[in-house]
Design a protein around this ligand. Sequence first.
Ligand code: SF4
Length: 313
Amino acid sequence: MSRGGKVGRSSRTRAINARYTTNICTKRLERAARVRVIESDSTALLSRQSAHSFVREFDYTINPYGGCALACAYCYVPSILHGRAEALGGWGNYVEVRVNAPAVLRRQRHKLIGRSFFCASATDPWQPVERRYEITRRLLAILGEVPFRFGLFSTRSPLVCRDFDLLRILADRIEVGISVPTDREDIRRIFEPRNPPVRARLDAAAALRNAGIPVRLHVSPALPASANFPRIAGDVADWVWLDWPAHFRADWVALYRAHGLEEWLGRAKVEQEAARWRAVLGSERVRTGRPGFIGRGALTDDGGLSLLEQPRA
Ligand code: SF4
C-alpha cells in the first residue's frame, strides 16, 4: 500500500488505465456521476449463499457497493431489495459506498480459505465511483493474500483494466466476466443508456485476456445482436454465457414491448440465439442459463468447486 491507503500501480498500468478510462468518460457517465453517493458504515460484505440463490454454487457473494449508477433497464437487483432502492431515491440514483469493506474483508478473510465467491451479485464493482474510492481495488489487494478456491468478478466497466496488476496475481483462480448483452449500439442505448459503449467493453475483455486473465463474456440478458457478434465475442473472450431474464418488473417488460422485443424475455429465443453462437464458436465455448453460469469453477463429485481449463481460442 502506498500513502493514503491507495494500492500502488505501475506506470504501465497507469497508461492502460488512462486509455480505458478515457473511453468511459462520456456524457452518459458524467450524468451517472451526479447520482447520490452515500458513504455507508455497513459491515456487510461476505454473504453466504442460500440453496435458492441464482449463484448457489458459490460459497459467498461480495458486494463492495450498494446500488449502481449504471442503471441498466433490465436490472433484477431492485426487485430483491424490498423497497430499499425506492427509499434511497430509486434504482440508479444512488450508490452506497461501503467504506469499511476493506477492513471487514481483512477481519473475515479466513472465511474464504478454500472457498469460492462471486463479486458482485448486486452492484458493479468497477462502476464510476470506484475510480474515486478504490474499494474494489483494495479488496483485490487483500484477496491476493487469501488462498481462496475460485472467484468470479463481473463488470461492464473498462475501469477493470486499471487493476491488471492485481488481477494478474489471481489469474490462476479467477475469471472476469464482462457483460455485453448486445453488440448493437442502438439496442444498447435503449436498455443501457448509462453504460460504456460496446466497443470499450469488448476492448477491455481483449486487454484482460491478453494480460493472461481468464475472460468470459456475459451476454445477459441476451438482446438482438449483429450476425458478427459471436465471432467478435470469440476473438476477445475464452467463452461466453447467454441468459434470459429471471425477474420481471412492469417497466422493464413495457420497454421490451415498446420495441417489439417481447420474445427476448423468454428462454426459447435465447436458446435459439445460443445455437447460432455454438455454430460459430463450438459447444465448449457457449453455455446458457443458470447451470452454465458457474463456468470455470464447475462442481466436482463431492460438491466442491474445481478449476477447469477453458479452451483457449
Ligand atoms: S451493472 Fe449490473 S448491478 Fe448495475 S444496474 Fe446494470 S445489471 Fe444492475
